[in-house]
Ligand binder design. Structure first.
Ligand code: ADP
Length: 246
């Protein structure tokens, strides 16, 4: 692991990777990359590479797990063994189990589970390359994979972290900022700004949390725009073509 940098932000307010404090890393997405999944999305965010796949809605077995009035949404976050410098032991860990639970819950208000009683919708988020912010990257990819699978949703979910380095709040922490910073606050939200995931590592004051949430909201606006552009590219053009053909 690299040593702690002396300074994370220079006198011009520029971070080590050239970003401003309120700037997210470059993000690219591609939907429908897996032909066997009902929906999928590959996402790169800075040096993070994440693949999300959705299977379902399909009948849930064993039947005792079925929910009579709604579908069960299962979310599995997993880091590939080769996703970090040291090999990660395959299989669930305390960390991945926790991330899976809270990330699945981040979709609670948007997925219209009532349309598929007794069914299951499986979301798999595979981190292929990790560079801080993987749980938020996975949520951003999973949203598009759910839409790609045709799951009815009230809206999109976006996620981004805010943290503190050199006494200043910064969004979308990179690896050194995550490792050596004073705080890391990953947040997911709906398009209405309803917070659906909030975790905190380190210490922030109430004022800092409030300001951080506002910074994340602005970051998520950028992510929603990227997600919508991907949706337009995938579905908008096809629709326009159909209209043109009619
Ligand atoms: P997130 O990736 O959501 O920020 P963490 O804050 O727990 O989650 O992890 C920060 C980063 O630390 C990860 O993105 C990854 O690069 C690295 N990391 C996490 N777990 C491990 C691990 N078991 N071994 C090596 N690196 C790890």
């Amino acid at each position: 692991m690299s040593d702690k940098p002396e300074k994370f932000i220079d006198e011009n307010g520029i971070r080590l990777d050239g970003r401003r404090v309120d700037e997210i890393r470059p993000m690219t997405v591609e939907m429908g990359v897996l032909s066997r999944a009902d929906g999928s999305c590959y996402l790169e965010w800075g040096n993070n590479k994440v693949l999300a796949a959705v299977y379902g809605p399909r009948e849930l077995h064993p039947r005792r797990l079925q929910r009579p009035g709604e579908a069960l949404v299962r979310y599995r976050y997993n880091m590939a063994a080769f996703s970090v410098e040291d090999r990660i032991r395959p299989g669930p860990s305390r960390r991945s189990t926790e991330i899976s639970k809270v990330s699945g819950e981040a979709f609670e208000p948007v997925v219209m589970k009532q349309f598929y009683p007794s069914a299951v919708i499986d979301v798999f988020a595979e981190v292929l390359q990790a560079d801080a912010g993987t749980r938020t990257a996975a949520i951003n990819a999973a949203t598009l994979a759910l839409v790609d699978a045709g799951i009815p949703m009230k809206g999109l979910v976006a996620a981004c972290a805010v943290g503190k380095v050199d006494g200043q709040l910064v969004i979308d922490l990179n690896k050194p900022e995550d490792n050596y910073g004073d705080a890391d606050l990953p947040i997911a939200m709906t398009e209405d700004g309803e917070i659906t995931l909030l975790q905190m590592d380190g210490n922030l004051t109430v004022e800092e949390i409030n300001k951080g949430v506002e910074m994340v909201k602005a970051g998520c606006e950028q992510i929603f725009a990227i997600q919508k552009a991907a949706l337009l590219e995938k579905f908008g053009t096809a629709e326009e073509d159909e209209v043109l053909e009619d």
